[in-house]
Design a protein around this ligand. Structure first.
Ligand code: PXP
Length: 246
């Protein structure tokens, strides 16, 4: 029997990789803003997008449009830089998730280092909170990072599930997520999680009772291609046949 939990579990869809595909041609399709609407129509509780310093997928205009058009909750992922904080203060997304960013990385490879510049982080968190924006910190599921997030004044932590995604099932990676979720919730932090989650590995993370939000991107875009490519081919065949009067 499935477990019942007091905390509802929200699904926020990360639409970055819709933009990755568009940027391969620097064209107009596929449009991540339209994709956000389809996700909401399909029941997503929120939309997540990461504006990276190198603008490799989402562009400034996408973020502006998402901030205006998302009807559920817009979660802006960003590095803690003066440029991004100013953007967030102007656009006022519902939530900001602060993430580490390195230009050469393929994706966000680890949680924030909260001990490197705590004053800078606390100052940004204070500004964002002051503007009524909910602040989440993307961290590794480690006791020190949970304690530091609380001390810095975040509303929420997002636990990096990347290690678990590489070593799914019962084991130390899952246990670290459970422990961090329990400690975070006990400290009054909302607990989110994400990175590398798939239909096959999401179960044990979704079952952690303190987790209230999952951020999932790559797998959903990948599954959309797997399940949608056949229909796209049929549509093209019909258009070609129609041109030949068939
Ligand atoms: N959460 C954060 C903070 C991320 O940086 C990412 C990747 O952009 C995700 C969740 C989603 O990860 P994935 O695309 O692997 O589902």
């Amino acid at each position: 029997m499935p477990a019942t939990h007091a905390t509802p579990l929200r699904l926020y869809v990360n639409v970055d990789h819709v933009a990755t595909l568009r940027q391969a041609r620097r064209g107009a399709e596929p449009d991540p803003v339209a994709a956000a609407r389809w996700c909401e129509d399909a029941g997503a509780d929120g939309i997540t997008a990461h504006l990276r310093e190198d603008r490799r997928h989402m562009q400034d205009a996408d973020i502006e449009q998402l901030a205006r058009t998302v009807r559920t909750v817009f979660n802006l992922e960003m590095a803690n830089t003066a440029e991004m904080v100013a953007l967030a203060l102007r656009l006022r997304p519902h939530q900001v998730t602060l993430v580490p960013e390195r230009r050469e990385e393929v994706t966000t490879e680890g949680g924030l280092d909260l001990e490197r510049d705590p004053d800078g982080l606390a100052s940004s968190i204070g500004k964002l909170r002051g503007a009524g924006i909910r602040v989440s910190l993307f961290i590794d599921p480690a006791p020190r990072a949970v304690a530091a997030s609380h001390a810095l004044g975040a509303h929420a932590i997002e636990l990096h599930t990347g290690t678990y995604a590489h070593h799914p099932g019962e084991g130390p990676a899952l246990q670290a997520l459970r422990d961090a979720a329990r400690t975070g919730a006990a400290a009054g932090l909302a607990v989110h999680a994400g990175h590398g989650l798939t239909v096959d590995n999401v179960g044990p993370v979704a079952a952690i009772p303190e987790v209230e939000e999952l951020n999932i991107g790559h797998h959903l875009v990948s599954r959309a291609i797997e399940s949608g490519l056949a229909a796209a081919v049929r549509e093209m065949r019909r258009a070609m046949d129609a041109a030949r009067g068939r």
